[in-house]
Design a protein around this ligand. Structure first.
Ligand SMILES: [Zn+2]
Length: 410
């Protein structure tokens, strides 16, 4: 058995893809692709092509036409990511939604993601994305599937978030290059394992490599279009002397899983950076997360959280109102409030209709020609519009209050 693999460094020429600080995505993609090809060329039973070997421009159609012309068995598009407000972090793999292609690509994507895990990168998942026509949103996956070529897009990590950039240190070009070569080797190793290849040159034999057990899909795999169904917070404890409030955040997304959470103590005006939501495996999130928050003294708190699912959709929680913690630096309570006086009002008690709205904080921000341009009219982005968010939260709370008083009148 001999395989033909086409590696595709995303973007090229006048299309840089994402750019941030020292990073120009098309260059990163090219370095990874070259290293991946060089590594895979050591193996028997595989012929590896690259769609572009310099920074020349190329359309998605041309890339897939090339793959078709060389009878590619697999088409692997290599990318780096960024988000509109530099809030997101982690690695992900996009694969076709059509089940037979999904089932072909999933075991490969799974090995790629395991490598990222081992490198300390956050796993954003193996996902599909559907455009307006009901077909794959990404041109590479759509045309690849039409041509009968299983394809995927690897988003290695985010270039604009310190949580990820340790993996692509840019202080020296040699260090950056070494990290890109490392990514290429790891991706190549994933492919060699997936295809159970052997290299006498490297003394490697993956012929008995065991792919993870995986339940094949029997129908089209559609993405989760809705925000998490539940996000409720409750007070666990207050440690006034230490200036800490501990809450329990209960969040559920029945269609997918919770990826990140974020906390605000000013009612949603500002949020601390996203944090990892606890998961037992990348696609299974826990339902509860006990969070201890450092809070300022003598300030009334309106704690609100956001639960973000694997498709970056957010559900906001109820608001916990905690009266000012009376703290001094020598730990003696001053002022009018004592710890016992702290009251917690759940302004929004009914979370069955948890307020939520779509975000498009990212999602492969940089579209390429051939990707469907999906308009998200009226959607709210995460961090740019925290004032809007506060307004919405206030209106929502106000509305709830009204509904409640209405009920009381009955
Ligand atoms: Zn890209």
């Amino acid at each position: 058995m001999s395989y033909v693999i086409v590696l595709d460094p995303g973007h090229g020429g006048d299309q840089d893809g994402g750019t941030y600080g020292p990073y120009v995505e098309q260059n990163l993609n090219l370095a990874v692709a070259k290293a991946m090809k060089e590594y895979l060329d050591n193996f028997e039973g595989v012929t590896v092509y690259i769609t572009r070997d310099s920074n020349q421009p190329m359309t998605i159609q041309e890339r897939l036409d090339f793959a078709k012309a060389v009878n590619a068995d697999y088409f692997i598009s290599l990318h780096f990511n960024l988000s509109s407000f530099h809030t997101l972090y982690g690695s992900e793999v996009w694969i076709p939604a059509q089940q037979s292609y999904y089932n072909k690509m999933y075991p490969f994507a799974d090995i790629v993601m395991k490598n990222f895990d081992e490198m300390g990168l956050f796993n954003r998942g193996i996902k599909t994305r559907i455009g307006k026509t009901g077909d794959n949103y990404y041109g590479v996956l759509r045309i690849g599937t039409n041509y009968g070529i299983p394809s995927c897009i690897i988003e290695h990590c985010h270039m604009d978030n310190a949580r990820d950039t340790f993996a692509i240190p840019a202080s020296q070009s040699a260090a950056l290059n070494a990290s890109l070569v490392n990514f290429g080797i790891k991706d190549g190793e994933a492919m060699a394992k997936f295809l159970k290849l052997k290299s006498s040159k490297l003394g490697i034999d993956y012929s008995s490599y065991q792919l993870s057990s995986y339940k094949t899909k029997k129908s089209m795999v559609t993405p989760d279009e809705t925000e998490p169904e539940v996000n409720e917070i409750s007070l666990v404890s207050v440690d006034a002397s230490a200036g800490k409030v501990t809450i329990n955040m209960h969040a559920v997304d029945k269609d997918s899983y919770i990826l990140y959470y974020m906390v605000s103590i000013d009612g949603g005006l500002t949020f601390a950076p996203l944090q990892d939501w606890p998961r037992t495996s990348w696609n299974k999130s826990l339902t509860d997360n006990v969070i201890t928050i450092d809070v300022p003294a003598n300030k009334e708190l309106n704690i609100i959280t956001g639960a973000v699912n694997s498709f970056d959709k957010i559900a906001l929680s109820n608001v916990l109102n905690v009266k000012a913690l009376s703290l001094t630096i020598d730990n003696k309570p001053v002022g009018e409030n004592k710890v016992e006086d702290i009251t917690v009002n759940s302004i929004i008690e009914d979370t069955t209709d948890t307020m939520a709205f779509n975000t498009i904080t990212y999602d492969h921000l940089i579209n390429e020609p051939g990707d469907e341009q999906v308009q998200y009219a009226g959607s709210v982005s995460l961090f740019c519009s925290s004032a809007v968010l506060l307004l919405i939260a206030m209106l929502f709370a106000y509305n709830k209050f009204f509904k409640k008083s209405g009920r009381k009148k009955k």
